[in-house]
Design a protein around this ligand. Structure first.
Ligand SMILES: C[S@@+](CC[C@H](N)C(=O)[O-])C[C@H]1O[C@@H](n2cnc3c(N)ncnc32)[C@H](O)[C@@H]1O
Length: 417
């Protein structure tokens, strides 16, 4: 029953049906499907991961590219029968006929250009940016905004965080990896792994007998992550959405999530997936901005962003990123209580990542760390930079031009029942 429900849900969307039928004549790179469906890369990735989870599609990665094909299922299985039925029912549909003609054109053009190449990167960048700027009915503007931010600057989070260290000289990625008692042979997931800094650390912690799966929806980030983990035989990457994971039930000892758990909206389906893939007693550990607001300077920096956005961004352009529950410890506790899948009290442990730069350099460095600054006009950004630099001047150390900024973070840990 569960399997049939997953399949029927996967088929309940026109774009997924079109993608499925496109694959009947063989494997396609995700970029071709993006081009055909005229949707943002993140949306197509999500559709493909739903089809994959239903067992209708399989994917493989080759370098920067992800290829999709119809699942290799045995004759007479529900999957083969459903696909054959769809082809019979939709063979004369106008859209399907138009898709077939356009796809033949695209394939011929690609073969003429260079049979081995694929213009993924170009299409993805172009699509992400044009979708952001268009008024087309995008199902999820916040996700689209996040994806275009990471397409524009892959590795954006590590590019900021690599300049800061804790008092004992660790990065926030190391603090997270140190929090979970990972042993040789364990399986760990780096959820929303971005450019793979934590993934690589985890690969060392679980050793050759263990396994690490880095998951992210952003193709550009995963390209960096793959390059970073080249040669780590125990690492695999999945390009899929955190709310539709393809890992089997109860297959993972720990899910770690660095600076991303608070971004998912809605977050409940992501927590349901985390609890599904964790073994009983398995750990979820996440680094996030301090839900208690953090130190006075961090609070002032965040307030300055909120003021700048309120002044500079018109209401129709505003985007709500992330889930409000992450604004307080009690909100997070209630959220996890509601899932009913996690055991006992979550634990919070605050720490600071310390940056030391000139006030102007600090203002420049931190700008991309706060997604909302991406909504500001050029003038708005300049004003915010000046406001921040003024704040940082109040924290200058004597005798040099350097200011100290302490980023207030928190590690949240909880166990699967
Ligand atoms: C702030 S970055 C953190 C990246 C990485 N963990 C790090 O700290 O360097 C957030 C990441 O979440 C990913 N992301 C956002 N929404 C996602 C979703 N629904 N499923 C999977 N990844 C997602 C983004 O692509 C991005 O790589």
């Amino acid at each position: 029953m569960k399997k049939i429900l997953t399949i029927t849900k996967a088929l309940g969307d026109e774009n997924r049906l079109r993608a499925l039928i496109m694959l009947q004549n063989g494997e396609l790179c995700v970029c071709r499907i993006i081009e055909m469906l005229q949707l943002a890369p993140s949306t197509v990735s999500k559709h493909m991961s739903i089809l994959k989870q239903a067992g209708l599609v399989e994917t493989r990665r080759a370098g920067k590219w992800t290829y999709c094909r119809l699942a290799d299922v045995v004759d007479g299985s529900p999957e083969t029968e459903i696909i054959a039925w769809l082809l019979r029912q939709l063979g004369n549909d106008r859209k399907i006929i138009a898709d077939a003609a356009r796809l033949a054109e695209i394939r011929a053009q690609a073969a003429a250009e260079n049979p081995k190449s694929c213009a993924c990167k170009k299409i993805i960048m172009h699509e992400a940016i044009s979708q952001m700027n268009s008024t087309s009915s995008f199902p999820d503007r916040a996700l689209q905004f996040l994806m275009s931010a990471h397409d524009a600057v892959p590795g954006v989070t590590e590019n900021v965080l690599k300049y800061g260290k804790t008092v004992d000289g660790r990065s926030s990625y190391e603090v997270l990896a140190d929090t979970v008692n990972l042993k040789n042979g364990m399986t760990a997931v780096d959820l929303a792994c971005g450019s793979g800094v934590l993934t690589r650390l985890l690969s060392q912690r679980v050793g050759p007998a263990g396994q690490v799966v880095g998951i992210d929806l952003n193709h550009s980030e995963l390209t960096l992550a793959e390059a970073r983990c080249k040669g780590c035989a125990n690492v695999q990457f999945y390009e899929e959405s955190a709310d539709v994971l393809s890992l089997p039930d109860a297959s993972v000892d720990a899910v770690l999530c660095h600076m991303a758990l608070m971004l998912f909206r809605p977050v409940e389906p992501v927590l349901a997936e985390i609890s599904r893939i964790l073994r009983p007693g398995g750990t979820l550990a996440a680094v996030m901005p301090d839900p208690n607001g953090g130190n006075a300077m961090f609070a002032a920096v965040r307030k300055a962003v909120a003021n700048a956005v309120a002044e500079d961004v018109s209401p129709e352009k505003l985007i709500a990123i992330g889930s409000p529950e992450f604004g307080s410890e009690s909100g997070i506790r209630e959220l996890f209580d509601r899932t009913g899948k996690f055991d006992g009290e979550p634990r919070f442990s605050g720490f600071e990542v310390i940056f030391r730069e000139t006030p102007e350099a600090l203002a420049e460095l931190l700008m991309p760390f706060f997604y909302y600054t991406g909504l500001l006009s050029q003038d708005g950004r300049e004003q915010l930079k000046n406001a921040w630099a003024d704040l940082f001047r109040q924290a200058m150390t004597e005798g040099d031009n350097m200011a100290v900024f302490r980023l207030s973070l928190s590690i949240f840990t909880i166990c699967r029942k």
